[in-house]
Design a protein around this ligand. Sequence first.
Ligand code: ZN
Ligand code: ZN
Length: 244
Amino acid sequence: MQLQFVGCGDAFGSGGRANTCFHVTGAAVNFLIDCGASSLPALKRLDIAREPIDLILITHFHGDHFAGLPFLLLEAQFTRRARPLVIAGPQGIQTKLALAMEAMFEHSSKTQVRFELSVLELRPNETQNLAGVMVTPYPVVHGQSGGPFLAYRAEAEGRVICYSADTEWTETLIPAARNADLFIAEAYYYERIVKNHLSLKTLEGHLGAIDAKRLILTHMSDDMLGRLDKLPYSAAHDGMIVEL
Ligand SMILES: [Zn+2]
Ligand SMILES: [Zn+2]
């Protein structure tokens, strides 16, 4: 399996990075984790075909994680996608997706799609098989608007990937990421503690309990991006490929 960071930026394009979108492929799986506003151009820049993508997991309804869906869905329509597509995310995703479609492209939410599209609400702590991926959502903590917020533990082909999503520290990240082959963790600031986001210093105190095989930092502000060459951790960059 491999994971490619299509986008690993924050909501404000810090460092010129694209909004959150990770592409995971294996012998039999092909899925995205998050689809921020800039994801379609970012996928095209990396020559990633959209048709073979079977599943898109959405962590929450902030534009930098979710607002790429209308563009992807419209493109799928115009390119006559034939393959079924599953979009899964927090409770309310059907309504939120329709609102985003209407805000960006009027009437687009009412157009009958020609391919089989399933938009599924996921409940925290319930594991289910979606397009060959065993997906377990964990509730995380990221403020009052744009939720519910889910971290994901995704298992496929003998490998486990966890993405923290945007969150302040919460104990659910321990079972979500424990012993994962890859833990992708938000590290918004280096040591400054802010509500709703995770700083590296806070995360560091829990890495022992999590004991992931590999950690890669994402969703970094300029504060973090300016320190990357001095940190003893791997950090994502757009286009980075991780073999699992
Ligand atoms: Zn974000
Ligand atoms: Zn967010």
